[in-house]
Design a protein. Structure first.
Length: 621
């Protein structure tokens, strides 16, 4: 049942458009917003008119459902499109004009020869503090621009010789510059020239300049970067605000407080770290404390298994940003200690082989850790430490069964600790009894989510659905943690922190889907379930199966979406997944979400899927 405030907001949002018997009917447009710009030949036009009203756009009649819903794939001409929407009901008419601007990326003309200055690359300054230690890939800078097609283009760095660029596609010129290791220069400009078909030659300088000090000047050379204390929230949230990326921009690792990096350059506002020879990442400089000189050498110690802790042992340290105090660690968590002698070397932690293997990869150790004795535990089938490359060591735990309950790694004292949650003991008659389930109603407060063409946004559709699913789960014996129970604004990571602090067994975030610009909505419908780590695949599949079974009219949807890079699926302290129940951009899916009976079926499906997952786990005990 909705809290009074949320119920009132829901009722107001769902109220009819007419305010009186003689009032002109209103055209409500949920998408696109006024003065919207798109680069496509169609726009998704969705909204509603009063039930029973007709709708025309310009001189063309537009299809409208009996409830007034319209979801249209409307053609656009290049430039400004003033769409005049007119609705008629009972002899009264209402209208509005919606301006949509189509701005396709048109190629530059062949003549006169010109360069699009906004396209010039490098766009940011590049500094190299230790080029002799960089691989060729780490010393490579992409030079590129858009210009008139069919020309001849070159670039030069500082006073260096001209180097040809290749026209990779019509009007798109590019080349890779590899910095020489022995050459010293500071703030060298990168200039390009283009000679076009008309014989005219034009030139321009890229915004980014190149600096190579090579450790030959005082104060140059590698530096040390330490992740700022208190900047990392939680134990396994994997906050994208602190992520390090590859040189191409893909996520690489999520730092922990105190993680220490050897810094060898800068790219714009990012610093470049060398984790090991040939392994470079970019890190936002503001998340680090920078000091001169390289980090102290780090050496691995021994890998041991900690004996079970005493009941009521204190919890691991959790940043004070957590909204709830952390629960004590249960005595039977599997905890592996990796001796580091106080070093805070970078590491990655991943699940592989369907959850049967946990791989902890350590970077920058001069000597790897050792495993003097087998890690004897019923959860571990095999443990191995092996070098992967120079300065890269991997600890692999092959598990006796696929991991489905949570894992994380964190520094404690002088060492790094890998914690693995053991399977709970489930009651076959009531598999949900005692389970802690975190349910997250997507968006809320100022975050409306997807636009609701029937005047109810995503946030208001998800809340009653999740509240009802919580009632059903509690009736089956589960303890349910709600990230929000009213129409309040909540950050993405606050949701994961609540699940972590409550030591949830499962985190399920519930949303409704929508399409971006450029996608034809016709025929795209049905549920999708996103997850990042293999441990979440089984509950994701169970919920998907329940949605398809309970609401077959939704359509099968695209199904499971593994490897998702989402804030609400990256947490590892428990299986974490995101359910896209249905598409707001499909008329049938939207009507099911708008119907109270339909929302009841959605809630039943989600609760049933969770119950099915735990029931299946009883067989593995």
């Amino acid at each position: 049942m909705l809290p009074r405030r949320a119920a009132l907001a829901f009722a107001l949002l769902a109220a009819p458009a007419l305010t009186g018997a003689s009032a002109a009917p209103e055209v409500f447009v949920a998408y696109p917003p006024p003065e919207h710009r798109v680069a496509f030949d169609h726009v998704l036009l969705e909204g509603s008119v009063p039930p029973g009203a007709s709708l025309s756009i310009g001189t063309q009649a537009a299809p409208v459902g009996p409830d007034g819903l319209f979801i249209l794939w409307w053609p656009l001409r290049v430039g400004t499109n003033d769409l005049r929407l007119v609705t008629t009901l009972g002899g009264q008419s209402g209208q509005r004009t919606l301006r949509v601007i189509r701005t396709p990326a048109a190629p530059l003309p062949a003549a006169p020869t010109q360069i699009e200055r906004a396209s010039l690359r490098p766009a940011a300054d590049h500094e190299f503090w230790d080029p002799a230690g960089d691989s060729a890939a780490e010393r490579s800078v992409r030079v590129a621009f858009r210009g008139s097609p069919g020309g001849r283009a070159t670039f030069r760095v500082g006073e260096g010789p001209p180097v040809p660029l290749t026209e990779e596609r019509p009007g798109e010129y590019a080349a890779t510059y590899t910095l020489p290791t022995a050459q010293l220069f500071q703030a060298a400009p990168v200039t390009v020239t283009l000679t076009g078909r008309d014989g005219r030659t034009v030139g321009a300088a890229a915004p980014g300049r190149l600096t190579s000090l090579g450790g030959l000047r005082a104060g140059s050379g590698p530096r040390t970067g330490i992740q700022r204390p208190g900047s990392v929230r939680g134990l396994g949230l994997n906050d994208a605000g602190n992520v390090t990326t590859t040189l191409r921009g893909e996520p690489f690792l999520f730092p922990r407080d105190g993680m220490t990096f050897r810094l060898v350059g800068r790219v714009g506002q990012d610093v470049r770290a060398r984790l090991a020879p040939g392994v470079g990442v970019l890190i936002t400089a503001g998340q680090l404390e920078l000091t001169p000189g390289s980090p102290a050498p780090a050496r691995g110690g021994t890998v041991t298994l900690e004996a079970p802790a005493a009941a009521g042992a204190p919890p691991l340290p959790t940043p004070e940003l957590a909204p709830l105090p952390p629960a004590p660690l249960p005595a039977d968590d599997l905890r592996v200690r990796i001796g580091l002698g106080g070093a805070r070397v970078p590491f990655t932690l991943s699940q592989e082989q369907g959850g049967r293997r946990l791989s902890l990869t350590l970077y920058g150790l001069e000597t790897p850790p050792t495993l003097p004795a087998p890690l004897a535990d019923r959860l571990i089938a095999r443990a191995e430490v092996q070098p992967v490359a120079l300065g890269v060591t991997r600890l692999s735990l092959d598990l006796s069964a696929p991991q489905a309950w949570g894992f994380f790694a964190t520094y404690e004292g002088d060492d790094l600790w890998l914690t693995v949650r053991r399977p709970p003991t489930l009651d076959a008659a009531r598999p949900l009894a005692g389970r802690v389930i975190a349910l997250d109603a997507g968006h809320g407060g100022t975050q409306h989510g997807g636009a609701g063409a029937l005047r109810v946004p995503e946030k208001a559709l998800m809340l009653p659905l999740v509240l009802r699913a919580a009632e059903l789960l509690r009736a089956a014996g589960a303890e349910v943690v709600l990230t929000r129970s009213a129409d309040v604004t909540l950050g993405l990571y606050e949701r994961g922190l609540q699940a972590e602090a409550a030591r949830a067994d499962l985190l399920v975030s519930v949303h409704a889907n929508a399409l971006p610009d450029g996608r034809d909505p016709r025929g795209i419908r049905g549920p999708e379930v996103y997850f990042t780590h293999p441990q979440a695949e089984a509950p994701a599949a169970a919920i998907l199966s329940a949605l398809r079974r309970t609401l077959p009219e939704l359509g099968p949807g695209a199904g499971l979406k593994p490897g998702a890079n989402l804030a609400l699926t990256r947490p590892t302290t428990q299986p974490s997944l995101l359910v896209e129940t249905a598409y707001l951009t499909d008329p049938g899916n939207l009507r099911l979400l708008m119907d109270p009976a339909g929302r009841e079926r959605f809630a039943q499906a989600i609760a049933s899927g969770i119950a099915d997952f735990y029931a299946a786990q009883t067989a593995a005990q």
